[in-house]
Design a protein around this ligand. Structure first.
Ligand code: NAP
Length: 319
């Protein structure tokens, strides 16, 4: 039976994911097909396919078995309540972009399916960054935006030990990220979790944990001029509907010469990246994050190394 994978999003028509994954399935000789589930209502979609609450029951009404989903806007948060289990990253970030459906056996021998949620956005971002910069530790990074993608990116940066400033149009959302992640430690896990486990250990150890607290500040987009940075990350959705933005000036880019990473990949060279190139800055385009998060998604679904070259080529020929 052909295994079915797909992207669950709205709109999803212009997604590059079918080209990326179908090329990977072909190259690896996997009997699977990647489809587009462009649905206006997550609830209706799940009801229609499953007549039940959990994603793990989707396979009943599909011509193949649904074994995995890439989840995109606007369902990354709302999918959480339909999962049977989720990774620590999903719990911390509050968003899931990868669902894996696995068969498990009950103790009475009967079979059931489990839907597990993962987040590969932060891994895709960090991997793409590390292709240009050997170590992220201690880097000063400004992230513009505080939506779902920015949350995943900030989570990854904090885990890697970067010093992060989050700036957003709606400042409250940037403040919430700073609050939510203040206890994430550079080596993963939370200080609170560790404290609970080691309650009776010496204060010396506690002080070390204290100094490991996330270095994270927040503010409004207009405050960018106040923060020098090594890396500037553009994680708003601004290019979707606006050709010009005024929250990053060429003067700022010329003065600080940051590495500029715009995670938007349509267009590939956004106006900000063009401005960065004009100012002599190095850049990273959004397709690098997309590719690396897809590679990780493949590895979660199939427990083996992804054919990254094939996936990259498929993505580029589909532009
Ligand atoms: P989201 O949750 O909807 O967040 C949108 C963000 O953009 C918010 O911070 C919002 O600010 C800000 N924003 C929107 N319009 C703005 C404007 N005119 N001026 C200033 N800020 C504006 O979206 P998301 O999931 O974070 O995705 C953001 C972008 O990243 C999208 O374009 C998406 O396609 C892209 N993305 C790329 C990858 C990749 O692999 N390359 C992965 C994920 C997402 P407010 O909070 O003030 O509304």
């Amino acid at each position: 039976m052909t295994k079915i994978y797909g992207i669950l999003a709205h709109p999803a028509r212009h997604s590059l994911s079918p080209a990326i994954f179908n090329a990977a399935f072909l190259a690896e000789g996997i009997n699977a097909r990647y489809e587009v589930f462009d649905v206006e209502s997550l609830e209706k979609f799940l009801k229609m396919l499953a007549r039940g609450r959990k994603i793990s029951r989707l396979e009943n009404s599909s011509p193949g078995y649904i074994c995995g989903l890439s989840v995109s806007l606007p369902y990354k948060e709302s999918i959480l309540k339909y999962l049977d289990e989720m990774s620590e990253d999903v719990r911390a970030i509050g968003a899931c972009n990868t669902v894996k459906i696995t068969d498990i056996q009950n103790s009475d021998g009967s079979a059931k399916k489990i839907a597990s949620g993962f987040n590969t956005d932060w891994i895709g971002f960090i991997e793409a960054l590390k292709e240009k910069i050997a170590s992220v530790k201690e880097l000063n990074v400004v992230v513009l935006g505080a939506g779902g993608a920015a949350r995943a990116i900030v989570y990854g940066l904090i885990k890697e030990g970067a010093k992060v400033v989050v700036l957003n149009r709606t400042v409250e959302k940037a403040a919430k990220i700073a609050k939510d992640f203040e206890n994430i430690r550079a080596d993963g896990g939370t200080t609170e979790g560790n404290r609970a486990d080691e309650n009776n250990r010496a204060t010396e150890r506690d002080r070390a944990i204290e100094s490991d607290r996330a270095d994270i500040q927040f503010g409004a987009l207009e405050e960018l001029e106040n923060f020098k940075c090594d890396v500037l990350v553009q994680a708003t959705s601004v290019w979707l509907d606006e050709k010009e933005v005024d929250f990053v000036s060429e003067e700022y880019l010329q003065k600080n010469k940051p590495l500029v990473f715009d995670i938007v990949y349509k267009p590939l060279i956004t106006p900000l990246l063009q401005s960065a190139l004009n100012s002599g800055c190095k850049i990273i385009t959004g397709d690098k994050m997309l590719l690396n998060q897809a590679v990780k998604q493949f590895e979660i679904w199939f427990d083996k190394k992804a054919p990254k070259e094939v996936m990259s080529k498929a993505m580029n020929t589909d532009h």
